[in-house]
Design a protein around this ligand. Sequence first.
Ligand SMILES: Nc1ncnc2c1ncn2[C@@H]1O[C@H](COP(=O)(O)OP(=O)(O)OP(=O)(O)O)[C@@H](O)[C@H]1O
Length: 401
Amino acid sequence: MTNPNVIEIENVSKRFIIRKEKSLKERLVNFGRSKLHKEDFWALRDVDLSIASGSTVGLVGPNGSGKSTLLKAIGGIIQPTSGTVKVRGRLAALLELGAGFHPDLTGRENVYLNASILGLSRQQTDKHFDAIVDFSGIEQFIDTQVKFYSSGMYVRLAFAVAVHVDPDILLVDEVLAVGDEPFQRKCMERIKGFQHEGRTIVLVSHSLDQVAELCDRAIVLERGLVTADGIPQEALRVLRADFEATRQGEIDRAAARSGVADKPALQAQVGAVALLDERTREPIGSIRPGDSIRARVTVSASPLLQDWMLGLAIDTPIGTTVYGTNTQLLGVRLPPLTGEASFDFLLPDLRLGEGRYTLRLAIEGTNGQEIHRLDEAAHIEVRSDGRAHGSIAVDASFATV
Ligand SMILES: Nc1ncnc2c1ncn2[C@@H]1O[C@H](COP(=O)(O)OP(=O)(O)OP(=O)(O)O)[C@@H](O)[C@H]1O
């Protein structure tokens, strides 16, 4: 049976009005009536989502893509321009820095104020007060006005309140990142505790590894639109590919500006990549940890490719590189190439853990400039005996001392 939805977002769009300085020409045409002109900006466009009770959802995307706006719409801090947001259950939110705190009140007074906004009576807050202060670790400053708090102290107290009000739904924006490392770890443990208790968590994060580790679903927002939604591995793959396209676009634009773009179109390409058994030279399906394989790479070049190297990387499904090398690092100087040729990377004793890995290949100049890259050149499926997990395979055993 699937869990009921506790958050329903239907067709939500959010428009902000941005005021921009007019150019001198515009001001002259308008007889200087106003220095500003207004422009509509859609921070969210037709977002349709349902979030099931007990799920942990990561909202990811580039800067300015609408993540915080969506979280604020769920938290009821902002109203959508069109569409509806329905939330069932008690909601605690850690949104922007200082939100929900009054700067002139002390930490103690803010705990009571904040908890009452989140639906706790004075007696209930009394009961949790010591635990809140204890969790925050800022006991020494609890009777200081919060306007004198550092951003980390703010977040410590706000998170402590949020997790002690018994919420069904917890919304967490990137603000946690301003806490120091031990506090962030403590927050993560608490969030994991919430997960086990079946509470619903929606978090905004730029740490894709954290989303992959913590969340059972990732939603990618780009320019206010949902561009991917699913299990983190797949959604994050879409996001990383887009980041890569943006990066490449920036490189191309920079090259165009500096005139380097006048070079001939793609001079060389990585073509087919085949994974072969080291001994039999037959194509392989899956391997076991410690097997030896050959990655046979076909490169074509026209007119002439010289001073070049070939690179290979093995990535996990979320794009973390577990191994990478290139011919230069291996001490091999590749000969000039015209036409097509194949090369083998020999990968003996490949001690990868169970899972599906992606092979990435690139042709680069010996000066490091990328000429062509194939991101999903091939996949390596590793099946282990199930005695461990993780990306490396270790022949571990156990002994009592
Ligand atoms: N109150 C506002 N008035 C005008 N524009 C706003 C307002 N709040 C947000 N925006 C704009 O909406 C867009 C989305 O902002 P939002 O904070 O949701 O992005 P984000 O994905 O959380 O970004 P980041 O990763 O940088 O935190 C941005 O272009 C931002 O400038």
